[in-house]
Design a protein around this ligand. Sequence first.
Ligand SMILES: [Fe+2]
Length: 474
Amino acid sequence: MIDDARPAGAPAATPATPGRPHPDGTPPRDSLPPELGSLPLETLRETIAAELLAARARTAALTDCVEDHDLTAQHSPLMSPLVWDLAHIGNQEELWLLRNVGGRDPMHPEIDPLYDAFEHPRAERPSLPLLPPPEARAYAHEVRGRVLDLLGASPLEGAPLLDAGFAFGMIAQHEQQHDETMLITHQLRKGAPALAAPPPPPAPADAATLPADVLIPAGPFTMGTDTEPWALDNERPAHQVGLPAFRLDTTPVTNGAYRRFIADGGYDEPRWWTAEGWAHRQQAGLTAPLFWRHEGGEWLRRRFGLLEPVPADEPVLHVSWYEADAYARWAGRRLPTEAEWEKAARHDPASGRSRRYPWGDAAPGPEHANLGQRHLRPAPAGSYPGGESPYGVRQLMGDVWEWTASDFRPYPGFRAWPYKEYSEVFFGPEYKVLRGGCFAVAPVACRGTFRNWDYPVRRQIFAGFRTAVDVEAG
Ligand SMILES: [Fe+2]
């Protein structure tokens, strides 16, 4: 959720001492990345520049497709005006890269408080004297030009924020995370469609014959990372976790399956819900996923301005943790824990090693997962056989964020980095962890170790789920 300004652990507040090395010392990393850390300097610079440019191209696509009044309007009290995200992206880039890494003076110190996510909750932001769209664009553009100059001169080593280009990678992820936030705003926005993308490929031939779930045998695995170069503090450190055997759904729960829960009276039966979940279901009047409506005997959904029949074979989207949890109980199952999810996604039983992604260590490509807003919807359940995990689980990455049973907690040995507002202030029982990314998540912001978190009532995020079940001992 996250600082109420971002979809996932992105920097949100001014660090304690802008312009100076962070007082926290070295990050909790015991070795440099297998890939980025060993790249020649020029190649690393080119990689970073490409990630920054990709993020900016997406930001431009999301903000150039609507008129200025759509950029300054607040489309939902849950979201910022798009023009706030735009200048906040530039402001965080200026703070972290130009000031912290580059030691430069603030360009416009008077605007810093406007774009501090902790200072102003989203509902307040439309009433702030925000930069108008042309000025917001010009500011972000000016910052970026100076950042590319800085990148060209930086040794990209010798300081914790610099090693393997960490701060640059963090900022590329931050912009992509706000792009996901802006895509959520587009989904909430009323009016004619402003975005278009081709549909995902149809499901592969074997999708209909996949087993409903797979066995993940008992045993320890390595959770978290010490070596992923641009991993955030909450993904660290790597540690051993022992788990009993369990079974996990091969694919995320589909709309078709979820419709059976609705038709069976799932929303009217308190025994499927936690006490808090039932109270919320009553108070909020929940009867179906957000953006669904029942008309003429058919379920329809609104998706980026289009009204369309709900496709039965697509993973369900826009359900809260409470709804996901109730569905799982109705199905005689439960949500997987975060550790179970990560073991299913990363553990390779052949080598005993945890890998970067379900398919191995290679960076995500279109054959692996539905990521990067290539499509504006999840792919049918059973898609992406090329992204299958060694246990035979599909679509762990991309398509829909997956709610887990787990509260957002630090790993043993956690150290806040680069500052405690990044993750630490959110640890606790009020947030539930989501894993795996969704179609709106960029590859640079998606890893087998990546942790997202949000309130259990949230439904506007691109979240679905899969279920698990214990395996009886003996
Ligand atoms: Fe942010």
